[in-house]
Design a protein around this ligand. Structure first.
Ligand code: BYC
Length: 311
């Protein structure tokens, strides 16, 4: 019986039909999605911190308004993604506990500090740039609510990418000091951005199932390559140098070969030993505790309306 259901499930996926919350799905598929979508949601929410750090110090009113809008968008992305995860039968509270206790991961990239205004540019350009490559692919993911969230999120990410590239272009074409700041930001954010795509395919524990179930549509290495090829041209255009002496055009494959990624650094950061891991989680815990009265008030209001409707 279970086998028959599983075959019908796979046939549906192979036929490019979406799986919806009330459809039958194997437990492994459900758990895989909860893991991936919730980690994605956590990344959006934790990702507000490095850039939020610069809102009060943005160099102009325009820059400040744009940055506030961007950070607010990330909160919205987190909310769509938490909602998509909840359709799989897990509560928001459980998800938040998983994040705060270190059971659930979030993207490696948000454990690095934002030292200068150029870092805000580098995040928009490289981090959102990497996220777009990954998320454009995920628009075709097999789970309906995740796919629909991705379509909406991608539209906003394009604006984020532009705001980052605009900051970098202005600085790269500015005074010598600004040029140095832009190059320094690129030097620090380049390699962690490549790590965002996850381990090489040969070391990726989840890729095989994810590809079979069409949760992922392209592998970690394939998406990383798309990102590198795009970013090299963008860096050239504004006169910045990618910090990789092995970066070289490969005429046979028609893409850029690049140097070795430091996977020790990746695992250290992912496992809690990056520069900012503790600070990021402590801030989250504090904000969550301080927001308790808002959640309590919202629940009390809903309960009151329910009771009112019953009376
Ligand atoms: N960081 O088998 P693998 C944003 C973990 S936020 C940390 O390849 P999978 C933005 C992985 O979880 C964008 N951990 O896994 C927000 C697994 O460990 P577990 C965030 C990572 O799932 C604010 C183990 O390594 N985007 O755009 O097949 C401001 C083995 O990996 C990472 C998403 O989350 C990492 N980078 O592939 C600006 C996209 N990579 O879970 C921007 C959605 C891997 O077994 N997620 N790990 O403990 C995905 O597409 C996939 O989950 C990944 C990893 C490609 C990330």
């Amino acid at each position: 019986m279970e086998d028959r259901k599983e075959r019908a499930f796979q046939d549906k996926i192979d036929a490019e039909l979406k799986i919806e919350p009330k459809d039958w799905m194997p437990e492994k598929y459900r758990r895989h999605l909860i893991r991936q979508i919730s980690q994605h949601a956590h990344s959006e929410i934790i990702g507000m911190q490095p850039e939020g750090n610069w809102i009060t110090r943005a160099p102009s009113l325009r820059a400040k308004m744009v940055l506030i809008a961007k950070v607010q968008d990330e909160a919205g992305h987190g909310l769509y993604l938490y909602s998509a995860t909840e359709t799989l039968g897990i509560t928001r509270n459980e998800l938040i506990t998983q994040l705060q206790t270190g059971k659930a991961k979030y993207s490696n990239i948000f454990n690095y500090p934002t030292l200068t205004w150029a870092d805000v540019g580098a995040i928009g350009w490289l981090v959102d740039g990497a996220a777009i490559v990954n998320q454009q692919s995920l628009r075709r993911t097999s789970y309906g609510p995740y796919s629909r969230a991705m379509i909406r999120i991608c539209k906003e990410e394009s604006f984020h990418h532009r705001q980052g590239y605009e900051i970098m272009s202005k600085m790269a074409l500015g005074t010598t000091e600004q040029q140095e700041m832009a190059q320094d930001a690129l030097d620090r954010w380049w390699w962690p951005s490549l790590m965002m795509f996850g381990p090489h395919d040969s070391d990726s524990a989840h890729t095989s199932n994810a590809m079979q179930w069409k949760i992922k549509r392209e592998t970690n290495d394939d998406l990383r390559q798309v990102f590198v090829d795009r970013a090299v041209k963008q860096a050239e255009l504004i006169g910045l140098t990618i910090p990789d002496s092995e970066l070289k055009w490969n005429p046979k494959n028609k893409n850029y070969d690049f140097g070795k990624i430091d996977w020790n650094e990746f695992w250290e950061v992912v496992n809690g030993n990056g520069f900012c891991n503790k600070e990021r989680i402590n801030n989250h815990v504090k904000a969550h505790e301080e927001g308790k009265w808002v959640r309590d008030a919202a629940i009390a209001y809903t309960e009151k309306n329910k009771n009112g409707a019953r009376a």
